[in-house]
Design a binder for this molecule. Structure first.
Ligand SMILES: O=P(O)(O)OC[C@H]1O[C@H](OP(=O)(O)OP(=O)(O)O)[C@H](O)[C@@H]1O
Ligand code: HPA
Ligand SMILES: [Mg+2]
Length: 175
């Protein structure tokens, strides 16, 4: 397959967005110490950068993994749990879920449901990217980096067939 990558969001633009998101979070979590939950694999680079910009003391960082895009650029519609969270770890905590991208919304809404079941004191969503064109279930994004058009993107943690996660910027995949 001949795949071309076209730059969409540069490294420095990403850094600015991440800083702004961290500032918003700092403003909202004065005197609170949130638990940050990252959705693997896609959010791992964003999560690592975001937590290093957040000044508010973070109480805990948890990771879990769902998957719906096994090998495709279109959601399978079926979200699988590949790695869960320990029972009760979010109970009574101020939780921030960190996502790389909200596309159909299926992964994020399932993730939010799973986190809510642990009875957190509060639950917010921070997403680097929002692709509203393909939304199938509505998702409220409390901290949003950027809205993008109906294009499949890769880089900065996001992949196609597990490739390109290592790219430091975000690219549109043109086939
Ligand atoms: O809104 P949706 O249509 O559900 O798509 C968004 C989700 O899809 C991707 O994960 P993926 O299932 O590809 O797993 P990955 O993070 O391991 O790449 C991405 O990282 C989001 O978690
Ligand atoms: O545009 C995308 N790129 C990579 N992974 C994704 N998962 C949902 N949408 C995307
Ligand atoms: Mg993926």
């Amino acid at each position: 397959m001949n795949q071309n990558l076209k730059l969409l969001i540069s490294e420095s633009e990403i850094a600015d967005i991440v800083k702004q998101l961290a500032q918003q979070i700092d403003k909202d979590y004065v005197n609170r110490s949130p638990v940050v939950v990252g959705m693997l694999k896609g959010s791992f680079i964003f999560l690592a950068d975001l937590i290093r910009q957040i000044q508010t003391p973070i109480k805990n960082i948890e990771l879990f993994r769902l998957s719906s895009y096994s090998n495709a650029t279109v959601s399978s519609g079926e979200v699988k749990m590949l790695m869960g969270l320990s029972d009760g770890i979010l109970s009574k905590q101020d939780v921030i879920l960190v996502e790389d991208i909200v596309d159909t919304g299926l992964s994020t809404s399932m993730a939010l449901q799973l986190l809510k079941a642990q009875n957190p004191a509060s639950l917010k969503l921070c997403a680097l990217l929002d692709k509203p064109a393909r939304r199938r279930v509505s998702v409220k994004i409390d901290y949003l980096g950027m809205t993008i058009g109906d294009r499949f993107i890769v880089g900065y943690g996001t992949d196609v067939k597990e490739q390109y996660r290592q790219l430091p910027a975000i690219y549109v995949l043109e086939e």
